[in-house]
Design a protein around this ligand. Structure first.
Ligand code: UN1
Length: 496
């Protein structure tokens, strides 16, 4: 076997080993014997170096005209397009989701990068009048400074791009700490940013664990903004750490997303939606459909079709084009799923399919788990309340739209919700009442597009949104400018 490839950190435009010289292994979740590569096991010293580089680079990047920054992003997007297939394949090998989905992940980064490139020529503020004569007012966006970005493993190119591209177009510099399970995809993204001509130090990448790299990054005094995607538990710690020095902090955390199926729904369509929303990405999306609330009049019909279709899903290595559901990301995640399945059984939910590890030659070396449905769930059961982040869907019967919405909203999270109905009144009522940042009509809870704000309410987020023009509001601050050309002292609120 050829020796494993060693991947470096990217600091100040150079590919460097960690200060300690230590590395960690990145393996394929579909086959743990396949080593993807060795990555730098960095620590606070590497963070220090990366922050120093980003701080230095900020001085000229912040005054580089935004359209020029946009040109670099535009070239980055073209390079992502050129490398789409290669990056998708690498992502399936390190993360497990099927090729069709990893292509989608790279595409999401392409979309975001083109979008933000365009924002280079659209950093519009407002011009307005003054309450005083011979005085002019306007607003401009200013960059914040150095941004620490901490990204998850489930969208390992898309989510880093959601954070890096708006940060850059606004004139900030960046230190990226990618998820320990998926550093290769971030490496690929950073490589194309370098190739596109990004000046040294503007983007830096330091790989390693949350404790070794993430913590010193968010605690560093020179870091002015932190964007984190991950669990609510870690998000709370990130938020508390940022509060001590008033760092801006954008959190994108858990979900317990719901599809509501009403009595007049197109049931075949609803089943398709629940399958894709529940088991796409092996249920490992923060937007995953982990609850389906179904009107009693169509419950049996829906469940018969949903269970039959779920049983027929082909699980396996995502590189195989026939496979629809890949492995879980790692053994710990599989154990979490197993624990929740036990919890569900003990709570009295009806296990209708799945509920077990997959075994056999094809599965023994990976972290595979059978797509699982629990029926007749009570909305207060833990499996209907807590985020599982795996291929488990809890189905809850209901009597009316009102009850469906109450169940749907009856969780601590507020990322995504959906309704299947052909009744426009029901659709609009739910659109208004559902307490989620994303809402879908006749489509599942996953599938957000990059030109619309992304994020959630309640314990899913802290009020910020990613993607779209909304992202610029996190990565910039408004400066209000007053120009007095009266040649005399004019006192606002007094001389009016
Ligand atoms: C996530 O799961 O963290 O809407 C992001 C979606 C994708 C993004 C998911 N576009 O499902």
């Amino acid at each position: 076997m050829a020796p494993a490839k060693i991947y470096s950190n990217f600091i100040n435009g150079e590919w460097l080993s960690s200060a300690s010289g230590r590395t960690f292994e990145n393996v394929n979740p579909a086959n743990r014997n396949e080593l993807i590569g060795l990555f730098q096991k960095s620590d606070a010293q590497d963070v220090e170096n990366a922050v120093a580089a980003a701080k230095q680079a900020y001085k000229s990047w912040k005054n580089t005209p935004p359209p020029k920054r946009g040109e670099i992003l535009y070239r980055t997007a073209l390079l992502l397009q050129e490398n789409k297939e290669e990056f998708a394949e690498a992502m399936t090998r390190e993360m497990g989701k099927v090729l069709e989905e990893t292509r989608g992940d790279v595409q999401e980064a392409i979309d975001m990068t083109f979008y933000m490139a365009g924002e280079g020529r659209r950093q519009f503020g407002q011009t307005t009048t003054s309450e005083l004569p011979n005085k002019f007012c306007m607003t401009v966006r200013s960059p914040i400074g150095l941004c620490g970005l901490i990204t998850p493993w489930n969208f390992p190119i898309a989510i880093p791009s959601w954070k890096i591209m708006p940060a850059l177009i606004c004139g900030n510099t960046v230190v990226l700490k990618p998820a320990t399970d998926t550093p290769l995809s971030s490496y690929n993204l950073v490589k194309v940013l370098e190739e596109a001509g990004l000046p040294r130090g503007v983007v830096n990448m330091v790989t390693g664990t949350g404790g070794d790299v993430g913590t010193p990054l968010i605690l560093h005094n020179d870091v002015r903004a932190v964007s984190f995607t991950g669990s609510s538990e870690i998000g709370r710690k990130v938020s508390q750490a940022c509060a001590a020095s008033f760092k801006h902090c954008c959190l994108e955390m858990g979900g317990k997303n719901v599809i509501m199926v009403l009595e007049d729904a197109n049931l075949d369509l609803a089943v398709e939606g629940a399958l894709w929303g529940g088991f796409g990405t092996t249920g490992q999306r923060c937007t995953a459909t982990s609850r389906v609330v179904v009107h009693k009049s169509v419950y049996k019909d829906f469940m018969d079709r949903f269970v039959a279709r779920t049983r027929a899903l082909k699980v396996g290595d995502g590189l195989d084009a026939a496979v629809q559901v890949g492995p879980l990301i790692n053994e710990a995640q599989r154990q979490t799923v197993e624990t929740y399945v036990e919890v569900g059984k003990n709570e009295g939910a009806k296990l209708l399919c799945g509920g077990e590890r997959l075994t056999g030659k094809e599965y023994d070396n990976g972290w595979f788990y059978a797509p699982t449905i629990f029926g007749d769930c009570d909305p207060n059961m833990r499996i209907a309340q807590e985020e599982i982040f795996g291929p488990v869907v809890s189905v809850i019967p209901c009597d009316s739209l009102g009850q469906a919405m109450e169940i749907g909203n009856g969780v601590v999270y507020g990322l995504s919700s959906s309704i299947y109905t052909r009744n426009v009144n029901n659709a609009f009522t739910a659109m208004r009442e559902m307490e989620t940042g994303l809402f879908y009509v006749n489509a599942p809870t996953i599938g957000a597009e990059t030109h619309l704000p992304f994020g959630g309410t309640k314990q899913t987020g802290n009020g910020h949104r990613e993607a779209s023009v909304a992202a610029l509001d996190f990565y910039s601050e408004w400066k209000s400018i007053y120009v007095d050309y009266s040649d005399k002292l004019q006192r606002a609120q007094i001389d009016t």
